[in-house]
Design a protein around this ligand. Structure first.
Ligand SMILES: Cc1ncc(COP(=O)(O)O)c(C=O)c1O
Length: 412
């Protein structure tokens, strides 16, 4: 069954019109009853108007994966044997080709290790590259596991706040704060590039400056590049940290996955790229016997996405462009609420600081206010910034339009 909401087509002033978007992105399957984390959150709650709360929070999209991916999964299930599976012969090679074609980064396929998820992979790096009590740096606000995983591994999280540069319309690094945070006990920098939740894509000069600092302080960069194929700004290019010509880049570890771009997060498949042979040998042991193998369908889907998924990705980018513009325009119309348009991802990081200060205590919780108005967003507090909300615009434009109407009602 397909969910379809009528879309009002008064968007013609934009470069991209609704008619320019591929049909398959204008609708989505009903995800109720599929165990969807996103849609199940509000199953037993409704808004103050009695309507279902539209979930625009956790970072998966509502679109079906492309046929090339679905067909690869079907071929694999037709085979019918799902025994213990390690990295398939095509996995590393298809990723290697993809990274070269998309990001001009030449890796050696032998550097690739399949992991059942990047969150798992980050936890492995904490144990591989540091000792209990050591610090793990990150730039905040940040995808929540970056803040809570260190504690689970008996390490310390060291968040360094980023700045919203309103004139440049992007989020930037506070270099003095970053260097000050590089105390001798800090051993790892978990970089999120492109950055969730701000959507910032770091430039070559920013990456080189990070490399310089990390080299000077003997910190290892672990770069989570899960969003690398969803660059929204035409004048922005993703540069893999490890592709820099710098010693800190050569000893870094990178994570990538097909999961965000081709909407297959539930298939539990990602890749660690570990150029250092010694670290690769210690990888499995650092998992402490807790890390399962990647499942065969995850491999099949990821390989197909990297090999044949680019035409679909380009059509997806049109929709995300369109949705981003719609979301940014809607937020601009709300008094005391603002945002910096993301350069990448399908996430909008919404600043409610002014709105909070103008509201009486007890009536100034942005997430609860939105839920009452029928839209479910991520709470900025989980990312280290309680005054913010994160909105996921990876859904059909009609659904987003309805969500944005509710967002505007929420703050009125
Ligand atoms: C930056 C970042 N890293 C990792 C993940 C999750 O990756 P995985 O599902 O492979 O653990 C997400 C999901 O939103 C993310 O935004």
């Amino acid at each position: 069954m397909f969910l379809s909401v009528r879309h009002d087509t008064d968007m013609s002033k934009r470069a991209l019109k609704i008619d320019d978007l591929a049909e398959e992105f204008l609708r989505c399957p009903d995800r109720h009853g599929t165990g969807s984390e996103k849609w199940d959150r509000y199953l037993d709650r409704s808004s103050s108007t009695g309507k279902e709360i539209l979930p625009l929070w956790v970072a998966d999209m509502d679109f079906q994966s492309p046929d090339v991916v679905l067909d690869a999964i079907r071929r694999r299930t037709d085979h019918g044997v799902f025994g213990y599976t390690h990295d398939t012969p095509e996995f590393a090679q298809s990723l290697t080709n993809h990274l070269h074609e998309q990001h001009n980064w030449q890796i050696n396929p032998s550097w690739v290790i399949g992991v059942p998820g990047i969150v798992t992979g980050l936890s492995i790096t904490a144990r591989l590259l540091s000792q209990p009590g050591d610090g793990i740096l990150t730039l905040s606000p940040i995808y929540p596991p970056f803040l809570f995983l260190p504690k689970l591994a008996e390490r310390k999280s060291v968040p360094v706040p980023m700045h919203a540069d309103a004139s440049a319309q992007r989020w930037t690094i506070d270099w003095e704060a970053l260097e000050a945070a590089m105390t001798p006990d800090v051993k790892i920098f978990w970089l999120c590039h492109p950055h969730n939740p701000t959507g910032a894509v770091f430039t070559r000069s920013e990456l080189l400056r990070i490399a310089e600092l990390c080299e000077r302080h003997q910190v290892t960069v672990v770069s989570d590049e899960i969003w690398d194929d969803l660059i929204l700004d035409d004048d922005v290019q993703h540069i893999p940290f490890a592709s820099l010509d710098h010693p800190a880049a050569q000893r870094s570890i990178t994570f990538v996955a097909a999961s965000k771009t081709w909407n297959i997060a539930g298939l539990g498949c990602a890749a660690a790229i570990v150029p250092n042979e010694h670290l690769r040998k210690q990888w499995r042991q650092a998992g402490g016997g807790l890390v399962p193998m990647v499942n065969p369908l995850g491999y099949a889907a990821s390989e197909a996405a990297w090999k044949d998924g680019d035409p679909w990705r380009k059509k997806l980018l049109d929709v995300l462009h369109y949705n981003k513009q719609m979301a940014v325009d809607a937020v601009e119309k709300i008094q005391d609420v603002s945002c910096i348009p993301p350069q990448a991802t399908y996430l909008l990081w919404v600043d409610c600081t002014e709105w909070i200060t103008h509201r009486p205590p007890g009536q100034n919780h942005p997430q609860k206010t939105c839920e009452a108005a029928g839209i479910g967003l991520s709470n900025g507090a989980d990312f280290g910034s309680p005054n913010f909300l994160r909105l996921n615009f990876g859904c059909p434009p009609a659904l987003l339009q309805e969500g944005l109407k509710r967002l505007q009602n929420a703050f009125e």
